[in-house]
Design a protein around this ligand. Structure first.
Ligand SMILES: Nc1ncnc2c1ncn2[C@@H]1O[C@H](COP(=O)(O)OP(=O)(O)OP(=O)(O)O)[C@@H](O)[C@H]1O
Length: 258
C-alpha cells in the first residue's frame, strides 16, 4: 500500500503576540523520511503539536491524503493511521514493555477495555493476536528480549525504543517523531538513525522527524524543511539545505559567505 502524502498548508499559530508559526507550508512525500529542523524557538514543536492535534492552528490546514487532520483531537489520529512518539516518553515505568506497547494498540482493538477486562472469548483470541504482533514489532526494533521487563528497569536508549514501538503498534501510515534522539549518546543516536531508516525502508511508511541533531537528520532524511522564527526558510534535500545561505545564517547567526 502506498502511504498518503502529508500536506501542511499555510499554517499560522499565534501565542498572544508571538507568531510561533507564520504561514508555514510543506509536504511529506509518500514513504519518505522528512525532517523538520531549525534553531531554538524556531517553531518545530509548535508545528509537531499542530500536526498531532495538540494545538489548533489559527489558520491553515493539515491534510493526510484526502483526510483533513486539522481540528481533530489527538486520540482520533491513531485510528487514521498516524503514530507518534513523545519527547519525554510517557510510559508506565512499573508495567512491562509488552503492556506499554499493547496500550498503543488499543486504537485497533475492537473489544475495548470493558470486554478485555471481562475476558470475553473473542477478546482473549484478539489479545493473543495483538500481543504476537506487538512482539514482532519489538523484535524489529531490537527490544524483543526485553518484552517482559518493567520499563523502569531499562536503559534510556531502550526506553526510547519502547516509545517508538508503541507508536508503531497502531500500524501507522505516517509516523511523527518528536526529537527521538534527545538525551541520547552518540552510539545510541547512530543506532537509532539505522532503526528509523529501517522503519521507512522495511515498513514502507512516511516519517516526519522533528530533530535538533543535525548529524542525525542530514544522514538519513530524504528531504528537510527548515524553520526560523516561525517561518519556513528552506526546503530541499539535505545537501541543498546545508548549503543554503539562509540556513547557514540561521544556525550560525552570521552572514553566510558561501
Ligand atoms: N505554549 C506556549 N505559550 C507561549 N509561547 C509558546 C508556547 N509554545 C511555544 N511558544 C513560543 O513559540 C515559539 C516557537 O517555539 P517552539 O517550542 O515551537 O520552537 P522549537 O523550534 O520547538 O524550539 P526548541 O528547539 O527550543 O524546542 C517560541 O518563541 C516559543 O517561546
Amino acid at each position: 500500500m502506498t502511504p498518503p502524502e502529508l500536506h501542511i498548508e499555510n499554517v499560522t499559530l499565534r501565542f498572544g503576540g508571538i507568531r510561533a508559526l507564520d504561514d508555514v507550508s510543506f509536504s511529506v512525500g509518500s514513504g519518505s523520511l522528512h525532517a523538520l529542523i531549525g534553531p531554538n524557538g524556531a517553531g518545530k514543536s509548535s508545528c509537531f503539536n499542530v500536526i498531532s492535534g495538540l494545538y489548533r492552528a489559527n489558520s491553515g490546514s493539515v491534510r493526510l491524503g484526502d483526510t483533513v487532520l486539522s481540528g481533530l483531537p489527538p486520540h482520533r489520529l491513531a485510528g487514521l493511521g498516524v503514530g507518534r512518539s513523545f519527547q519525554n516518553a510517557a510510559l508506565s515505568a512499573g508495567s512491562t514493555v509488552l503492556d506499554n506497547v499493547m496500550l498503543g494498540r488499543h486504537a485497533l482493538t475492537k473489544g475495548g477495555f470493558l470486554a478485555c477486562g471481562l475476558r470475553m472469548p473473542w477478546t482473549t483470541r484478539a489479545e493473543r493476536r495483538h500481543s504476537a504482533r506487538v512482539k514482532e514489532i519489538c523484535d524489529f526494533l531490537g527490544i524483543g528480549a526485553l518484552v517482559d521487563l518493567p520499563v523502569g528497569a531499562l536503559p534510556y536508549g531502550a526506553v526510547k525504543r519502547v516509545d517508538l514501538a508503541r507508536a508503531l503498534a497502531v500500524e501507522p501510515v505516517l509516523l511523527l517523531l518528536d526529537e527521538p534522539a534527545a538525551g541520547m549518546n552518540a552510539t545510541e543516536t547512530a543506532e537509532l538513525a539505522g532503526t528509523i531508516r529501517d522503519v521507512r525502508d522495511e515498513l514502507g511508511i512516511s516519517i516526519l522527524l522533528v530533530e535538533h541533531d543535525m548529524g542525525l537528520v542530514m544522514g538519513i532524511a530524504d528531504r528537510v524543511t527548515v524553520l526560523d522564527f516561525g517561518r519556513r526558510i528552506a526546503d530541499g534535500t539535505p545537501a541543498e539545505v546545508q548549503s543554503d545561505p539562509d540556513v547557514i545564517r540561521a544556525y550560525l547567526g552570521t552572514e553566510a559567505t558561501a
